[in-house]
Design a protein around this ligand. Sequence first.
Ligand code: TXA
Ligand code: MG
Length: 456
Amino acid sequence: MTTTILPVPKSAPNFGISFEEQPGHPVQVHIDSDVAQQSLTTAAKHLAAGELVAFPTETVYGLGACAVRAEAAAKIYQAKNRPMDNPLIVHVSDRAMMMRLLPHGYQVSRVCEVLMDAFWPGPLTLLFPVGTTEGQPHVPSTVTCGQPTVGVRMPSHPIARALIALANVPIAAPSANASGRPSPTSAQHVYTDLAQRQVLRYIVDGGNCDVGVESTVVDAVTTPGEVHVLRPGGVSVESIASVLQANHLLRGTPEAGSDAVQLRVYGKTLERSAAAEQAPTTPGMKYRHYSPEARVVLVRFQPHAASLAEVLSSQLASITEEAANAHDATGARRRAGHGRIGVMCAVDSPLFACVARLTSEPLQQWAASSERVSPVVDCGPHQLCVYSLGVQSAPATAAQRLFDGLRTLDTDVPWAGEPSACDLILVEEIPDTGIGLAVMNRLQKAATGVIEVGSV
Ligand code: TXA
Ligand code: MG
């Protein structure tokens, strides 16, 4: 199966797509350009026929299939090589479509109403109980993996929402990467991961994703009186708290009503548990995630810790040793220890200042440009390349660029000499507030550990 990229012109605001909403009715889609109309119609027909289509959302690209047909959803697991016990998020274009997935006459709680009003369409996934009719679940267990709940979200990306509305079926979609790889934030990333496997006919191209990290997964139904953030994502915990508080629904705040709830964040205010982490429903805990092939190490800047030069040489030495002991050929090739170092950080960060002083050519001029990827420079006997996460005051840029940075440093840097593989990627920690919590959550899963760096 050949993979074709379906174009959508990016010049018009909102891709020339608009929506007309009337409560209780399906959302109506208007598409300005013929090219977009043709691409979306082709993709929607393919989805409605039970086939796979990759498409952009505001968070990351999704690999979609009809969510109410088990045999269609099953294709997703096979294409991504995804573990069969990791449930899929179901995407809807309007609330009427969502309600058909839930039990007949289901009364959505005020907390969920308030969260949907504030954040839908957008990067928030909410869990709801799955309805049944004559013993048949409204969402097949292929999608929910047998959970009593289904994760639902209404994406704000005009292409995603239009595609779902045109297909006129809810769409199950995980991130469209090969399982274990960094999530895709461009059509090219999807193509790189899936085209060779010959499992995907169409990728709708919407350019780069705005948010760059996946949706926030919230469970407001399982524990009465509590709202649990299972996975931090595009909607920050602070904004969820502030919306709940503004509606008198946040326990412990002035003016909280009798139906107020406690907001708890997995791994922070909700204790981590080994049992929970063995269940795939605690997102991204059970399986290896977001990992490029190079070793990823998180860097914490601590004024009196080891120097960057020391850290680099000990990391590279251990990579060389690991390669020498590696029995499988691919691992040995990838981790050969050629001394190729990728660095991801803000260009006004302490780590960047350290790196810039270690390299043979000054990187300041590059840092002042808007280029994302620096030239390859010598760093003692090694080669080094920096990927810019923007500036420290704008963590949204770090989120937007995170997965592209890991992918770029891993495979797309023009190192001098063969092979072209990178050995080590250093990523500087960012504060885990706002969108930074989602960024750090992804990095902790991609990285093998944290090291402290004090100076050059
Ligand atoms: O932004 C996103 O959410 C993207 C785009 C494509 O919409 N999708 C995405 O899907 O990130 P995926 O498969 O990479 O992550 C879905 C995660 C699962 O790993 C699972 O942990 C959680 O959401 N999840 C889904 N359904 C669940 C359920 N019923 N109960 C608990 N967790 C669930
Ligand atoms: Mg994923």
